[in-house]
Design a protein around this ligand. Sequence first.
Ligand code: ZN
Length: 453
Amino acid sequence: MTKLNKMALQRITRKDFIKNSSILLAGSSMLSCSSLFAGSQSERNDNNKSTAIGDAFMLKNVRLETGFEYEEGEVIATRTGLFLIEISNGKIKAIQPNNPNANAIDAKGLLLLPAFKDMHIHLDKTFYGGPWQARRKKNRTVGDMITYEQQILPAMLSTSTERAESLIELLQTHGSSFARSHVNIEPTSKLDSLKNLQQALENKKDSFAAELVAFPQHGILRSRSQHLMQEAAKMGIDFIGGLDPQAIDGDMEKSMDFVLQLALDHHKGIDIHLHEGGENGLKTVNYLIDRVNENPALKGKTFISHAFVLARLDKSKQEEIAEKLANARIGIISTIPFGSMIMPIPTLYNYGVDVRTGNDSIVDHWDTFGTGSVLQKANLMAQLYGYSTELELSRCLKLATHNILPLDEKGNQQWPKAGDTADLVLVDASCSAEAVSRISPVKSLIHKGRIVY
Ligand SMILES: [Zn+2]
C-alpha cells in the first residue's frame, strides 16, 4: 500500500465508514482490512466506536452454499446461490431469495461463512505492534523461558493493553471475532496482566468477544502461585489453566488436584498447557480423564492444549486415549504442529474428540510464526493430513469455525439459519473448500450483527 492510500484511510471518519461500508464489503484491494486499523491508538479506538451500523440492516448478493454436486458418487463441486440476508438485534432474522435491487449493503457475491474462532492465544503478552524481535537462542526449555519472562514482563506490562488491542485487530482482519486467551497469573505480573487484558477487551467489546484462562505460566507450585490463582478465579475468568504438572511443578497429582479443585469450587472449566511427553505426559492425561469422569460437571468444559504426548504414542494407544478423551468429553486444542511432531488429529476426530485450534503466539518471545489466521490452520491441517478432495477440504473449515459448517456430509444446508447469532465473515471464495485450500482473503467481519469492517 502506498503512503498516500494509508493517509487517506486514516482520515476515514465514522460517517464515511458507514457510507463506505458497501465499498468495503465489495472488497476493494486498496481498502484492505488491516489498513482500516492503520491509525494511532486513539484513531483505532475511534474506529472501534464507529463500527456499529445500527441494529438492523440487509445484505444482498450474499453467496451461500446450498449443496454438493456428485459424479459417480463423489462430491466434485459445491453448489451455491445468492441470497438476501436480514440482520437484526445481533441475529440473522431472515434468509430470503436474492433481490439485487433491494436497499441493502452489496456483498458482491462474496461467500458468507461463520466468523472464525481462535481457541488458544496469549493476548496478554505479545511484541506485536512493537519492533521485530525473534526468539532468543538461549531460551530453549520452558524453564529457561520462565526465567526470561521474569526479566521482561514488567516492561511488557506497561504496554500490554495497547498491544492486546492491536493483536485483537489482527485477529479480526483474519476473520476471528472470538478468542480463548490464556493470561499470565504468576508472581511477576501478579494480577496485572489479567487487569490489562480485561481493559483491552472492554475497549473492544463491541467488535470482539473472548473467554479467559487463568494461566500459571511460572508453575503453580514452582512459583507458589496458588493464592494468585485463587484471586484470579474470582475475577471474571472462565477457565483454570495449568502447566506441565510434573516437569514444572514436580508433583503431577498435587498440581492437577489444585487445578481441579479450583475449577470445581468456582464452577469454571479447565484448559491446561501440556507439553510434557513420555510417561509423565501420559500419566497426566489419564489422571485428568479419571478425575473428569468422577466429576461430570467438568465434562465438556475440560481441555488439554498441545498434548504433544499423543503424537509420540503408537497408533493403538492413540486410539485408546482418543476414545477415553471423547467419553470424558475432554477437548484437545492444537496449533497443528508439523515437522518432528505430528499430532493424531484425524484419529481424535474419528473418535469424536472436540478438536480446536489457535495461533498461540503471534509475535512474542515464545514464537513468531503465528499469523492471526485460523483459516491458515485449517489449510495446514488439510495439507498435513492429505485432505484434498472437495468434500474433505470443505470439512476442514470446521477447525476455523469451531465445528460450524454450512453443509453437512450429505450436502444438506445446516448453516446459516434464522435465529443464528450474526457472527459472520465474507470471504473472497466460491465455496468452503476453496477458502480452505487458498486461505482466501477475508473481506468483511460482522460481530453480533455489527459490521466490524
Ligand atoms: Zn499457549
